[in-house]
Design a protein around this ligand. Structure first.
Ligand code: PGA
Length: 257
């Protein structure tokens, strides 16, 4: 299980420091679910300082995005080695906001996955359908394309080192969560696709659910067989709320997984 906090374009470095300090004080000693914090770039070094003595199995951090090139004339971009040097363990690739607002496509995301893996960053590769696509019956086609094009040419070992986040676009930031059954169905399909089309050991891969996860719905989502954690935006911005999500995840771990 894994709880990833996608802060998006929220929190200054000062706010990030205050959050992490408060979070660490309140974190239960026997917590089982690792937290991954994904702050905006300017807060990465602050997290590195604050988490220096914290085992990564408890709390670690990573980036919301990266560029595929190693270095050079790419104004405004950040490379995998820069993230690694900041202490990142994770890099999000292909969040639906990057796909939709910044026009990032599977072929480009494939290069970003390679860049992250080359620096031993664990990619969190985001996939998911829009409402239009779901209503047109294209859910499975979209997921297959995002997975096969995103992972094109990567070794099984590389694919297996990646964490997948299934986030139905219509559920992100809208308060409309997928039902646990809808989410489970999509997750099971993603796992089957990884096994059948990419020939990897999909059982050992983690597939997170994202899209309006809250302390109220987290337990029922995380209890689903193929849901291995959550990628959370809005509900990860307050310490209390993130701690409640963590408690829900630990409860699921204790009960069944
Ligand atoms: P949300 O965002 O939890 O605010 O819906 C999830 C995400 O975009 O990763």
């Amino acid at each position: 299980m894994l709880l990833a906090a996608n802060w998006k374009m929220n929190k200054t470095p000062t706010e990030a420091r205050a959050f992490v300090r408060e979070y660490l004080v309140a974190l239960p000693r026997d917590v089982k679910t690792p937290t991954v914090i994904l702050p905006p770039f300017p807060a990465l070094t602050v997290l590195a300082e604050e988490l220096e003595d914290v085992p990564p199995e408890k709390v670690s951090f990573g980036a919301q995005n990266l560029h595929n090139e190693v270095k050079g004339a790419f104004t405004g971009e950040v490379s995998a080695s820069m993230l690694k040097d900041c202490g990142c363990r994770w890099a999000t690739v292909g969040h639906s906001e990057r796909r939709r607002i910044f026009g990032e496509q599977n072929e480009f995301l494939n290069k970003k996955l390679r860049a992250a893996l080359s620096q031993n960053l664990t990619p969190i590769y985001c996939i998911g359908e829009t409402l239009e696509e779901r209503e047109a019956g294209k859910l499975e086609e979209i997921l297959v394309t995002q997975l096969t094009e995103g992972f094109e040419g990567l070794s099984s070992a590389s694919v297996e080192r990646t964490v997948i986040a299934y986030e139905p676009v219509w559920a992100i930031g809208t308060g409309k969560t997928a039902t646990p059954e809808q989410a489970q169905e999509a997750h099971a399909f993603v796992r089957r696709t990884l096994a059948d089309k990419l020939q990897v050991n999909a059982r050992k891969m983690e597939i997170l659910y994202g899209g309006s996860v809250t302390p109220e719905n987290a337990y029922s989502l995380l209890s689903q067989k193929d849901i291995d954690g959550a990628l959370v935006g809005g509900a990860s911005l307050k310490v209390d709320s993130l701690l409640s999500l963590l408690a829900a995840s630990d409860r699921v771990l204790q009960e069944k997984k």
